[in-house]
Design a binder for this molecule. Structure first.
Ligand code: RIB
Ligand code: CA
Length: 312
């Protein structure tokens, strides 16, 4: 079976970095057309730099990295340095990237790549705020029906992580999230309800360290840093490894389960900005627009991740 063509839109971020590595470690299943970066966990100047550093860890210089939007559509940028550190990849010190940043804007690159490929063959995998994706859909509406699907990390059925109501990616740019969920593109939503089942526990972190390659040493070190905030905040044995779940879903969808629901994004409201309103019990009469994944085989996920990281 031919590999699936994928564009990974991200805001590295340690968990985004693992998603990049998982995709790069899986060339039989994933043809990574591009990594596009957006402001989110840290400002764009750092997310694009971090993405290039991570790609260079694997010497995969064939994968272009693009920079996109430096701020949300309407809201001012709010970052998450308390989680990811000032660089966004705290925990490891990687060399200055030599891989050049592609000159094209990420929004234009997304439009071009989707229009260049046959209809229904490109999957868009956002793991940060949806600013680039939303603007690509607005700039060239034809990419909507041409995309195979959007598989994204963001939102929550239940509690948020930035406010009680909202998850970070949707909270940072709620207007972009609304554009995406109202686009009509088939969406698979991987939210906090699922990602909080896949925790970077000490035994799992030790399995990564024990592989002993430069890549897995770096992953161990930056995940050790990534663990400290969420384990303290939530009193859990490891941080939720959000973004690689998107790529794992492409590789082994049987690891996850959920159901198709209507999902609407709140863009107003004093307390609910960025809330993903998931109609899990089908109470509203609006058509379902997303497959919301809510269950994960955590051991199976980490077995896959660790097996693939060992290849790099
Ligand atoms: O809420 C978690 C999400 O926000 C993850 O994608 C993390 O990297 C941040 O972007
Ligand atoms: Ca992210």
């Amino acid at each position: 079976m031919a590999p699936r063509a994928v564009i990974l839109d991200c805001d590295p971020g340690q968990d985004d970095a693992v998603a990049i590595l998982l995709a790069l470690a899986s060339p039989e299943e994933i043809e990574l057309l591009a990594i596009t970066t957006v402001a989110g966990n840290v400002p764009l100047a750092l997310t694009q730099r971090n993405a290039r550093q991570v790609v260079e860890l694997t010497r995969r210089r064939d994968v272009p990295v693009f920079a996109g939007c430096a701020r949300p559509i309407l809201e001012p940028l709010v970052t998450a340095t308390e989680v990811h550190g000032e660089t966004g990849l705290d925990g490891v010190s990687l060399p200055e990237p030599t891989l050049p940043l592609a000159a094209e804007h990420a929004v234009d690159a997304i439009v071009r790549l989707v229009m260049e490929r046959p209809p229904g063959t490109v999957t868009l995998c956002p793991t940060g705020p949806l600013t680039n994706v939303a603007l690509a859909l607005v700039k060239e509406p034809a990419i909507g029906p041409r995309l195979a699907e959007i598989v994204l990390m963001g939102g929550a059925k239940a509690l948020g992580n930035v406010t009680p109501a909202a998850e970070f990616n949707f909270w940072v740019d709620p207007h972009a999230a609304r554009v995406v969920f109202e686009s009509g593109v088939p969406i698979t939503m991987i939210g906090l309800d699922l990602t909080h089942q896949v925790l970077v526990t000490a035994p799992r972190l030790e399995r990564i360290r024990a592989i002993g390659t430069p890549v897995t040493r770096a992953v161990h070190d930056f995940l050790q840093f990534f663990n400290r905030h969420d384990t303290a905040r939530y009193a859990i044995p490891g941080a939720p490894l959000h973004d690689p779940c998107v790529i794992a879903h492409l590789l082994r969808p049987g690891l996850f389960a959920g159901k198709r629901c209507r999902v609407d994004i709140e863009t107003e409201g004093r307390f609910c900005r960025g809330r993903s309103v998931v109609d899990w019990w089908g109470r509203c009469d609006r058509p379902a627009n997303a497959l919301v994944l809510s269950e994960a085989d955590a051991d199976g996920f980490f077995d896959l991740l660790i097996e693939r990281l060992a290849r790099l």
